[in-house]
Ligand binder design. Structure first.
Ligand code: F6R
Length: 611
């Protein structure tokens, strides 16, 4: 996501901040900006695009001496397009402020502040925080008291850094659900969203906790939580800078697998209202009125996103009762398409730049409503679609998609519930049940991530196999396809995903003792028993079976396997999300054992902008 760097010291703040932001470039961003205190005044510079663009603008500016205090930001757009006015820092009066996270109640706050005469220049949620802080300081509050008061008014996730021209010696910091660290130096302190940003200057790190407020000067760090001073343990970081960029993980893919519990929280944030069991998607207001008349949904995507659509079909048909078709975008483009004003076309894409998906969306334009489900704000697919729902997975660096897929499934689940409510196909009680399970997902994913070491053992047993078969039924069939795709793309081992019940119609001929079969076994009845029978069929023919399941130990009695991975059970609808995680890990460990380039597999690109 976005990158944050702040500095209070005696050296040139500007070059230290830019250097710090450069070490966060791998996270992806679409604009950047800095504010420094020069001769008692705040000097802000912002630019769209890469840091090199910001540097170009800075090099043309006349400086009023050297600044020794400042804040800088790289923005990955969430609210508002990636333009210069939407780039951070946002300035209001004597305050300049940067923010990572999402302010959920920014619209009422903005209206309230506009009522008081504040003039807003950007489309962002962040600007309300700058105005609020400035208003509170202008009312006479001390800096930290104003920051505390401002934070009590905003709902959502945030890491805020702010500077105040009337208090030019300090950076104000606040954290809630978004990471922030402080790097301790000699007569200087740095603040950042991520450790790599400060490693050039110090390895002494304080990690702030949710609810922490801090005031950082060159020589001091004051931290409080709940109105009381607290201390945070200083850690010494031994990672090299590259490992640090990967959050201490060996590869981006592994980091992104482990990001999933957190980013699903971002996908859900502000979108679930428990009291009326409803899903809040203001970005789909135009769809609410049309929902009852929808006769059909056509989903188009490529690769992993196409698998997400196959899963989404289950959610939408079951909850909202709308027949769904799922098409490869590359196929949809070149066949006759029966689309009318009662057909909703949904394009799903992580990058929002996949040419085939964009082309498919273009074919549907003007015929009926179109919706993009996308991760990258302002991408071409988002601009082409009438409506956009963002997945908020944050930048995905590894070519093999992991967290983007998981957040697509969560977004599709929310969409299905939204449509069900609009069409009246689900009672509030039924929606509440599903939403309870959805809200358990981040914790269940954290729990699921603990199977990594067990999966690594299975990978060691099987990494030399030439072929793999992934089998599943119902909602686990798309997961079987996704498991096979992940394995083949990063380990170069041939793998196929198949509906377990179809095996006997041909592929069972492939089975022998050299063929590992990964069976995705959901506990939901009656498919549990049916899939178990399919497991026996392959086992009887000598296959080496690995079972990935959410079934209980009791249910699994008598099931002999060469590898058993169990994940928690949340609900039948959401099981595929959890069952997919061990498959991502299996692909990862097999690829590492085979020595392939995990993050940059041969012949593949992160976003496929050719036909
Ligand atoms: C697989 C993978 C690809 C993409 C596909 C679509 O791990 O990453 O199959 O899913 O190229 O990309 P987006 O979602 O960017 O349209």
């Amino acid at each position: 996501m976005c990158g944050i760097v702040g500095y209070a010291g005696n050296r040139d703040a500007l070059s230290i901040i830019i250097g710090g932001l450069e070490s966060l470039e791998y996270r992806g961003y679409d604009s950047a900006g800095v504010s420094v205190l020069e001769a008692g005044a705040i000097e802000t510079t912002r630019a769209t695009g890469k840091l090199s663009e910001l540097k170009k603008v800075l090099s043309t500016k006349k400086r009023n001496g050297t600044a020794s205090l400042g804040i800088g930001h790289t923005r990955w757009a969430t609210h508002g397009r990636p333009t210069e006015t939407n780039a951070h820092p946002h300035t209001a009066g004597r305050v300049s402020l940067i923010h990572n996270g999402i302010i959920e109640n920014y619209l009422p706050l903005r209206a309230m502040l506009e009522g008081k005469g504040c003039v807003f220049l950007s489309e962002t949620d962040t600007e309300v925080a700058a105005h609020l802080l400035n208003t509170l300081l202008a009312e006479g509050l001390e800096p930290l008291d104003a920051m505390r008061e401002m934070c009590s008014k905003v709902k959502g996730s945030y890491a805020f850094l702010a500077i105040d021209s009337n208090n030019p010696d300090r950076v104000l910091v606040a954290k809630n659900s978004t990471p922030i660290i402080i790097g301790r130096g000699d007569e200087e302190n740095l603040i950042a969203s991520d450790i790599p940003a400060v490693l050039q200057h110090t390895r002494r790190i304080l990690v702030l906790e949710d609810g922490d407020l801090a005031e950082v000067t060159a020589s001091s760090v004051y931290i409080e939580n709940g109105g009381k001073q607290v201390s945070r343990t200083e850690e010494t970081i031994s990672w090299d800078p590259i490992t640090a960029q990967k959050g201490g993980f060996k590869h981006f893919m592994l980091k992104e697998i482990h990001d999933q519990a957190r980013v699903v929280g971002d996908t859900l944030r502000g979108r679930i209202s428990e009291h009326d069991a409803s899903v809040k998607l203001p970005e789909l207001d135009a769809l609410r009125g049309k929902a009852s008349s929808l006769k059909r949904i056509v989903m188009v995507a490529c690769g992993t996103a196409w698998h997400a659509c196959l899963e989404g079909k289950f959610f939408i048909e079951e909850f909202a009762g709308i027949p769904c078709e799922v098409d490869y975008a590359s196929e949809f483009r070149y066949r006759s398409r029966l689309i009318d004003s009662d057909t909703l076309v949904i394009a799903v894409s992580q990058s929002g730049e996949t040419l085939d998906t964009l082309g498919a969306l273009e074919c549907a334009a003007g015929k009926g409503p179109t919706l993009a489900i996308c991760n990258v704000v302002g991408a071409s697919i988002c601009r082409k679609a009438e409506m956009v729902m963002y997945t908020h997975a944050g930048p995905e660096i590894s070519v093999a998609s992991t967290k983007a897929f998981t957040t697509q499934l969560v977004a599709l689940q929310l969409l299905a519930l939204f449509l069900a409510e609009a069409r009246g196909t689900m009672s509030a009680a039924a929606r509440r049940n599903v939403l309870h399970a959805v809200l358990e997902l981040p914790a269940a994913l954290s729990q699921t991530l603990k199977v990594d070491s067990e999966v690594a053992v299975v990978a060691k047993k099987f990494f030399q196999a030439r072929d793999f078969l992934f089998l599943g039924r119902g909602r686990c069939y798309p997961i079987a396809l996704e498991g096979a795709l992940k394995l083949k793309e990063i380990s170069y081992i041939h793998a196929e995903g198949y509906p377990a019940g179809e095996m006997k119609h041909g592929p069972i001929a492939l089975i022998d003792e050299n063929m590992p079969v990964v069976m995705i076994l959901q506990r939901e009845k009656p498919l549990f028993e049916k899939t178990l029978s399919n497991l026996k069929e392959v086992e009887a023919r000598g296959a080496r079976v690995i079972v990935v399941t959410d079934a209980s130990e009791e249910d699994l009695k008598g099931v002999a396997t060469q590898g058993l991975i169990r994940v928690p059970f949340v609900s039948s609808e959401l099981s595929p999300i959890l069952l997919n995680v061990p498959l991502q890990m299996l692909a990862y460990h097999v690829a590492v054992l085979n020595g392939t380039d995990v993050d940059l597999p041969r012949n593949l690109a992160k976003s496929v902008t050719v036909e």
